[in-house]
Design a binder for this molecule. Structure first.
Ligand SMILES: Nc1nc2c(ncn2[C@@H]2O[C@H](COP(=O)(O)OP(=O)(O)OP(=O)(O)O)[C@@H](O)[C@H]2O)c(=O)[nH]1
Ligand SMILES: [Mg+2]
Length: 259
């Protein structure tokens, strides 16, 4: 494969819709792409999967076999996926000049916080991986919502330490002014802090300002990618970033762990 994109983010932010729309965009621009569904709990997926984990792992079977509820079964499923990587890895190994997109479970903690997930990413991507953190513009258009998404993004980054794209999905649902605000907050921790103080006057100012400054100084989010997976725009920039990283000589070494 040329490289892979693991699509993660909170529940319902449009991960699967993004996977479907981005896959179509890649195909219509003559790129080869394979789709992998890693969410055993999804009832419907809006794309045709080349590999679908639901063919190997059945959530309802796990629930009855282990006597578990849906969340407990998802945890067992996440661990079972790790034991079943070999056939998927073999299949993906054959796809030489392909991009591979991985759709991940709706409950972000199942993918992000399970101990085996970094190994899963390295194994299935042959260590050529980026992550897309998909967030919902409506949530991010309030200062506290934006901060909460940034913190979650940082939390995902701390687990994988891979290049990550902050994908602002559903921008068709917010105004141009809201979008401008979000982008300005990313560029200026002071602006974000002022807006946040206006929203939540009772918060401890210094704590958040130093946190926001740290995010900025470390360039934790280097760029925001505003898209709409429904109205189908914004994919060129995501592709450019992937293409630069996987084929354009970007400095990949510093972003990969050695182990
Ligand atoms: N308006 C709008 N709606 C969107 C967009 N992307 C997704 N949606 C809608 O958001 C809802 C959730 O989309 P999904 O793609 O299932 O989201 P998900 O993150 O995969 O959900 P889980 O896997 O269950 O966490 C659906 O109703 C989508 O049609 C978008 O860009 N704009
Ligand atoms: Mg989904």
């Amino acid at each position: 494969m040329i490289g892979s994109l693991f699509v993660t983010g909170p529940a319902g932010t449009g991960k699967s819709t993004f996977c479907a729309a981005y896959k179509d965009w890649l195909i219509s621009n003559d790129y080869r792409v394979a789709m992998v569904n890693l969410d055993p709990g999804s009832e419907f997926i809006p794309y045709e999967a080349d590999v679908d984990i639901r063919e190997t792992i059945s959530l309802s079977q796990i629930m009855s076999e282990y006597n578990l509820g849906p969340n407990g079964a998802q945890i067992v499923a996440a661990d079972l996926i790790l034991e079943n990587l070999e056939p998927i890895q073999k299949y993906l190994d054959e796809l030489e000049d392909y991009y591979v997109i991985f759709d991940t479970p709706g409950q972000i903690e199942l993918f992000t916080f399970r101990p085996g997930s970094p190994l899963l990413v390295d194994t299935l991507s042959d260590k050529k991986a980026m992550l897309a953190f998909v967030t919902d513009s409506v949530i991010a258009s309030s200062p506290s919502g934006f901060i909460s998404q940034k913190m979650l993004y940082g939390s995902v980054m701390s687990r994988f330490y891979k290049p990550m794209l902050f994908v602002l999905n559903k921008t068709d649902l917010i105004s141009d002014e809201d979008l401008k605000n979000i982008i300005s907050w990313e560029e200026s921790p002071d602006l974000l802090n002022d807006a946040f103080m206006e929203e939540k006057q009772e918060m401890v100012k210094d704590y958040f300002l130093s946190l926001l400054n740290t995010f900025k100084e470390t360039q934790m989010i280097s760029k925001i990618f505003p898209i709409s997976s429904r109205e189908l725009y914004g994919f060129e920039d995501i592709y450019s970033e992937m293409s630069l990283f996987f084929t354009g000589g970007a400095d990949t070494d510093t972003m990969y762990r050695d182990d």
